[in-house]
Design a protein around this ligand. Structure first.
Ligand code: SF4
Length: 338
């Protein structure tokens, strides 16, 4: 049986109509689930008994479970147990402008980025849409507050689970579901070129971030195996195409790894690569983990890198470090638990 949280509204309507039900039933279901937060269909009081029974017999209403929470002043990290016993995680971050959550899209990841705990553990399977939606519902219920923005940048490569992730975005964006504005939703990919092109025709104005992490193919290949499949030049072409079609600014994510990609030369190369494009660079201080040898760049080096980009007219920020006292690196909590 398919979980009820797998369905964007229109898909739910299609299924209901196929069974001879009215489209309005989908509106009622959405109201119970997302507005009244009632997850037991037996309690959907304004739905007639016959339809309640139909829902019970045709859809699964079960939830993944929060197994552990690590809390810091500016972040909370959640470890979830899925119905098949697999584990994933999400991080809630408190910014000046609101609360954002970074969700997982797969159990493990096949992209194998050398600096990443999730890549080290390999993909077990894709997440279904409901397993992404429920990460947000459970965290929001846990903190008893609304979440303002969502980044799909946790465990997994979202474009390697494209259809489920797109359905997830449709659901969380739906004003009658979680109502998170498209501008507050960001998909982050390590650069799967055909999917970047496909994503240009996705109807919602969500943000795209590219985990570039190196200014040359040579350096990129050392830290990201995906660089063997797609050259930076191909990624840039796909991004130009994306920008031409959507007119949306693109974020370049750049994780700062000591003596790997943080030199002055790297900063200059990165600046030349994106000069004149509507992109901005987000420099990410690395969260070191015990299992991986890479070290975080020193603050002085990050400042130098930042200043070179600034002087070259590049729009750049340094991401604030969240959760210094918890397992803040992507996949770290899950890997610890395993
Ligand atoms: S950084 Fe992202 S794409 Fe790379 S291995 Fe980790 S989860 Fe996968």
């Amino acid at each position: 049986m398919n979980n009820i949280f797998n369905y964007p509204k229109q898909e739910l309507i299609n299924i209901l109509e196929k069974h001879g039900k009215k489209a309005f039933l989908a509106t009622q279901i959405y109201e119970w689930l997302y507005d009244k937060k009632e997850y037991n269909p037996s309690n959907f009081a304004n739905i007639k008994k016959e339809n309640r029974e139909f829902l019970i017999n045709n859809f699964d209403f079960s939830f993944i479970k929060i197994e552990k929470v690590e809390e810091d002043i500016d972040a909370k990290k959640f470890l979830f147990r899925l119905l098949d016993g697999q584990k994933i995680e999400a991080v809630l971050m408190y910014h000046d402008y609101g609360k954002s959550i970074c969700v997982s899209s797969q159990v493990g990841c096949n992209m194998g980025c050398r600096f990443c705990e999730s890549g080290r553990l390999k993909k077990v399977r894709d997440l279904q849409t409901y397993e992404m939606v429920e990460q947000i519902i459970l965290v929001s219920d846990y903190i008893k507050e609304r979440i303002d923005s969502v980044v799909i940048m946790g465990i997994g490569e979202p474009f390697d689970n494209y259809d489920n992730v797109m359905n997830f975005i449709k659901i969380i964006n739906d004003p009658k579901a979680l109502a998170i504005g498209a501008r507050h939703i960001t998909v982050s990919t390590c650069g799967i070129v055909p999917k970047i092109k496909e994503f240009t025709s996705f109807p919602l104005q969500v943000n795209l971030a590219i985990s570039l992490h190196a200014p040359s193919d040579e350096i990129r290949k050392k830290i990201m195996p995906i660089a063997n499949a797609y050259k930076i030049e191909e990624i840039m072409c796909a991004l130009d195409y994306y920008y031409a079609k959507t007119n949306r600014r693109i974020t370049i994510e750049y994780i700062m790894l000591k003596d790997i990609n943080d030199s002055k030369e790297c900063a200059n190369m990165l600046a030349s690569l994106i000069k004149g494009k509507n992109m901005y660079v987000n420099l990410i201080p690395y969260n070191e983990t015990n299992n991986i040898d890479y070290k975080a760049s020193d603050k002085g080096q990050i400042d130098l890198f930042f200043n070179i980009l600034k002087q070259k007219g590049i729009d750049v920020t340094v991401r604030r470090r969240f959760g210094a006292n918890i397992s803040a690196a992507c996949g770290q909590l899950r890997s610890k638990e395993m």
